[in-house]
Ligand binder design. Structure first.
Ligand code: SF4
Ligand code: SF4
Length: 255
């Protein structure tokens, strides 16, 4: 089925009218009223063609969503309501911030995701390092976050904070490492295809520009796959790559 056909599926004026009225009512799960405007953005649906493995299926079966949804957040950027479906599958997770060492720039790691990179890069750059705890569960299990405002206030007090992961950049609204790379004494001599993480799609131009500024020559920019489902033959701009036996850009970086 073509993407165009998929986008047209079931979207009728009366369904759209019902959907558009959702913000004016108290609705817990807008997907129950929605014709599936985001379907064509969902990698698990596109691969399987199975409606159960789509945002509509996951919204009706959160247990399945917890297991099978990639928490790539592609559907959220397509949803006219901005409904954060991939954070509705599990309970709340409390975020906490720990400052490991003060310094400038201040790098931010996510516990369980990129702390090993954080320790090494902070050491080499003589930078500060802080760690956010709990955040990975948002992207692994589909949790809502609590304590976000407190963590954001703490981060603000630390000055400029740079995220080492797309996850923390996405949740905490702070720059991703590559968006600030031109200010840092790092090089990445690589020529070849580059994969942009799902969570950074809206900022892919800035990310690619940052990559070029430190010596990389991308021959192709891949944006249509999620590394939790596929293994693109490309440089991966996300620390999750190392746990999936893919090449993470931090592994090739020189200081
Ligand atoms: S996430 Fe938004 S667009 Fe997708 S099914 Fe739910 S309400 Fe519709
Ligand atoms: S987060 Fe990704 S995998 Fe999950 S429903 Fe949305 S688009 Fe599909």
């Amino acid at each position: 089925m073509s993407l165009k056909a998929l986008r047209a599926v079931k979207v009728t004026p009366s369904l759209m009218a019902r959907f558009i009225s959702i913000p004016f009512r108290r609705v817990k799960n807008p997907c129950i009223y929605c014709p599936g405007i985001c379907l064509a953005s969902c990698p698990t649906f596109l691969r399987s063609g199975n409606m159960a493995l789509s945002p509509l299926g996951y919204s009706r079966n959160p247990d399945l969503g917890r297991r099978e949804c990639l928490k790539c957040w592609r559907c959220v950027s397509e949803c006219p309501l901005g409904y954060e479906l991939p954070s509705k599958f599990s309970g709340e997770v409390e975020l906490e911030l720990e400052v490991v060492r003060r310094g400038s720039p201040m790098l931010l790691s996510v516990e369980g995701l990129d702390l090993a990179y954080g320790i090494e890069i902070a050491e080499r750059l003589k930078a500060g390092l802080c760690v956010v705890k709990g955040l990975l569960r948002r992207y692994d299990e589909g949790c809502e976050m609590s304590g976000l405002s407190k963590v954001k206030r703490e981060i603000k007090r630390l000055g400029e904070v740079i995220s080492l992961s797309p996850e923390a950049s996405h949740s905490l609204k702070i720059p991703f490492f590559l968006e600030k790379a031109y200010e840092l004494p790092v090089r990445l001599n690589y020529r070849g295809p580059v994969h942009v993480p799902c969570l950074l799609l809206g900022r892919s131009e800035e990310v690619i520009r940052g990559l070029i500024s430190i010596g990389t020559s991308p021959t192709e920019v891949l944006k249509d796959s999620c590394i939790k489902l596929e293994s693109p033959k490309a440089l991966i701009l996300c620390p999750r790559a190392s746990s999936l036996s893919l090449t993470c850009f931090y592994d090739l970086m020189e200081f």
